[in-house]
Write a protein that binds this ligand. Structure first.
Ligand code: NAD
Ligand code: UFG
Length: 334
């Protein structure tokens, strides 16, 4: 297949580019580089031995997208491009709706104009809001507690409406749980700008000595050790989930919401412990108050992905920590 990855130079996009290319798909990247660098192209070539074309542009540029779809003969799009920081979305909601919602409208218009109607969308477990029961299956009620989450929900509704209006659309909304880890080469991984807001990159920087200590946001949750529990999924498992979704969409029309998670919860303290083991470094921490908006526990029921995509996450928390550490050691201190 000829696949356009919007946001393809970012964290999840770049890992997915590796997996798809190794499966024989032709991959074109489309990114405005607002949260990534084009240096990743050389790294991707080093890992795969292949060249990845990059169209540098914004997804809100419908004409540029149309041209990219036409000139590369694209038949499928994976839509990673968007802004993703929950806290920032509260401060800059208009930017989030413009990038995420308006960006997706523009993409759908370009795809419709070019008669490209197969789409995989990067959704998030955040669309479940406050869990009413666990594990979270796809029938759990949706809701959002911040503009980022709401932008994902609005997009899912648009995608579902588009699929209902025209049976040619084949759309999968993949609801990611907590992607972490790095490619086994250690050459690509998650390298956030500034202080990380997510747990794993923060732990990695503390272990590397770039930050003095981790703040654990609450140890009084109703969880086995009192710290927050999440479903961490290795980014390479996630990338393989996208390849499985492409295969599924070959024989399925309509709109499908599918969880990509492991089904297993891991607490903050368990993650700290696993990272210490993987890195052989200390991870000093102190317990702080709960972070506003956090839930106690969030993990997936991954049955639908197993049934529809014939996909299961297989990598362990230890592998997630080991690959994160390997990548961390190659990252320049900024
Ligand atoms: P990322 O920031 O590393 O990648 C996103 C890419 O999109 C970046 O390269 C950025 O430059 C690009 N981009 C942003 N706005 C754009 C625009 N308007 N036009 C063109 N390019 C644009 O993030 P990621 O972690 O790889 O996330 C990819 C997708 O997965 C996002 O949609 C995110 O919301 C979703 N997601 C991520 C997580 C996570 O924890 N990483 C969890 C759930 C869902
Ligand atoms: N945590 C800390 N200290 C930190 C950072 C996080 O204790 O410095 C804790 C949090 O309180 C939480 C857990 O570690 O209990 C995981 O927090 P993350 O910020 O890594 O992840 P979240 O589950 O809060 O959110 C992530 C993404 C969202 C996405 C969600 C579900 O940031 O965009 O997963 O996919 F919506």
């Amino acid at each position: 297949m000829k696949v356009l990855l919007t946001g393809g130079t970012g964290y999840i996009g770049s890992h997915t580019a590796v997996v798809l290319s190794q499966l024989g798909h032709e991959v074109v990247l489309y990114d405005n580089l607002s949260n990534s660098r084009d240096a990743v192209l050389k790294t991707l070539a080093k890992i795969t031995g292949r060249h990845f074309p990059l169209v540098r542009g914004d997804v809100r540029d419908t004409e540029l997208l149309r041209n990219a779809l036409a000139s590369y003969g694209i038949d499928t799009v994976i839509h990673f491009a968007g802004l993703k920081a929950v806290g920032e979305s509260v401060v800059k909601p208009i930017d989030y709706y413009a990038n995420n919602v308006q960006g997706t409208i523009s993409l759908l218009q370009a795809m419709q104009a070019q008669q490209v109607k197969t789409l995989v969308f990067s959704s998030s477990a955040t669309v479940y809001g406050q869990p009413q029961y666990l594990p979270l299956d796809e029938n759990h009620p949706t809701g959002a507690t911040n503009p980022y989450g709401r932008s994902k929900l609005h997009i899912e509704e648009m995608l579902s409406d588009a699929a209902s209006s025209d049976a040619d659309w084949r759309i999968a909304s993949l609801r990611y749980f907590n992607p972490v880890g790095a490619h086994e080469s250690g050459l690509i991984g998650e390298n956030p700008n500034g202080a990380p807001s997510n747990l794993m990159p923060y732990i990695a920087q503390v272990a590397a000595g770039q930050r003095s200590e981790l703040r654990i946001f609450g140890n009084d949750y109703p969880t086995p050790d009192g710290t927050g529990v999440r479903d961490y999924i290795h980014v390479m498992d996630l990338a393989e989930g996208h390849a499985a979704a492409l295969k599924f969409l070959n024989q399925a029309s309509g709109w499908h919401a599918i969880n990509l998670g492991t089904g297993k919860g891991c607490s903050v303290l368990e993650m700290v412990c696993a990272f210490k083991k993987a890195s052989n470094r200390q991870v000093p921490y102190r317990v702080d108050t709960r972070r506003i908006g956090d839930v106690a526990a969030c993990y997936a029921n991954p049955t639908k992905a197993a049934e529809l995509l014939n996909w299961k996450a297989k990598r362990t928390v230890d592998e997630m920590c080991a690959s994160t550490w390997q990548f961390q050691q190659t990252v320049e201190i900024e």
